[in-house]
Design a protein around this ligand. Structure first.
Ligand SMILES: NC(=O)c1ccc[n+]([C@@H]2O[C@H](COP(=O)([O-])OP(=O)(O)OC[C@H]3O[C@@H](n4cnc5c(N)ncnc54)[C@H](OP(=O)(O)O)[C@@H]3O)[C@@H](O)[C@H]2O)c1
Length: 280
């Protein structure tokens, strides 16, 4: 079996990352080999993938074949990290690819832990976010020092179809995650709450949801297209003794801004703490 890409943990994120690579023809489905936890998830997974992709469970003897791929994406849950064991393979070393590549998307698993677990590999830590599902994602990347420029290009090509890429020192990845990976959840809460407010103020539910989405996306477009600082936009909208400044007074009293600041800081702290728990 000739494998060019191995997927260890073929769940939601792995599907999001790999699917556009089939569409662009970057990877031939026949050369993609995936592993999942149990056999029950295989039929529905295969029905969503192009013909030719092979998927087996981690219990299957064939699963060790994944280690012969020059490129692997590790996409199990962080709690399953300890169950993944590296097997040596007959990898043919070249100047461009001295060692096979392993790209991990696991939250909080450091390059050091990856390198300890997969010493035969050049390791990459990638932090993609869920808007990648619609090609509007952001991915933070950090790699081990032994990575070649050819390998960097290979990694970038994987994430470019779904996201804008940011190469960062690893110490910044937890903060990147706290903003970009957890951020969609904060924004979803804000959207839900604003729509609830519109319902409480008398608008129908569907219309409230639709108007909230459009208000948020329109505000983001305005800020970026006119290069406005958020404070400038706030001042443009808040007229003296008007409705907006009354609402802002309440938001300040309720601590909206400090709640969001603390939320991002706490998420970054939690990511660092998870990394320590795994490495201990
Ligand atoms: N969701 C996000 O927004 C997001 C963003 C950035 C990064 N991440 C990271 O992405 C990773 C995957 O998240 P996800 O949402 O895609 O999870 P998921 O849908 O639950 O996928 C996990 C996959 O791992 C498989 N698996 C379980 N045990 C395994 C084993 N021993 N060997 C091989 N495969 C095994 C599961 O198979 P079964 O279904 O058969 O058990 C499943 O296919 C996580 O580490 C997360 O930190 C997620």
């Amino acid at each position: 079996m000739e494998i060019s890409i191995g997927i260890i943990g073929f769940g939601r994120m792995a599907k999001t990352i790999i699917s556009p690579l089939f569409e662009t023809g970057e990877y031939n489905p026949e050369h993609v080999f995936g592993i999942v936890g149990g056999t029950s998830s295989i039929p529905s997974l295969l029905s969503e993938l192009p013909k030719g992709v092979k998927v087996v469970s981690s219990e299957d003897a064939l699963s060790k074949e994944v280690w012969s791929a020059p490129l692997k994406i590790l996409a199990v849950k962080p709690q399953q990290f300890g169950n993944i064991k590296e097997y040596s393979s007959s990898f043919q070393s070249t100047i461009q690819f001295p060692k096979p590549l392993l790209i991990s998307i696991l939250a909080g698993i450091t390059l050091k832990s990856l390198q300890n677990a997969f010493p035969e590999h050049t390791c990459v830590r990638a932090v993609p976010n869920t808007p990648s599902l619609v090609g509007e994602g952001l991915t933070g990347l950090s790699w081990s020092d032994d990575i070649t420029s050819e390998q960097k290009i290979t990694v970038r090509k994987i994430f470019e179809p779904i996201s804008e890429i940011f190469e960062l020192p690893e110490r910044q990845l937890d903060s990147f995650l706290a903003l970009t990976s957890s951020g969609p959840a904060y924004i979803a809460l804000v959207i839900e709450a604003m729509a609830d407010g519109a319902v409480a103020a008398g608008l129908p539910r569907n219309l409230s949801n639709q108007l909230t989405h459009k208000t948020i996306s329109g505000t983001v477009s305005l800020l970026s297209e006119k290069c406005l600082h958020p404070a400038e936009l706030k001042d443009m909208v808040a007229s003296p003794a008007g409705t907006t400044i009354s609402a802002i007074r309440h938001l300040e009293l309720a601590g909206l801004r400090s709640a969001l600041i603390e939320a991002v800081v706490l998420a970054a702290q939690k990511s660092r703490q998870l990394a320590e728990e795994v490495s201990n």
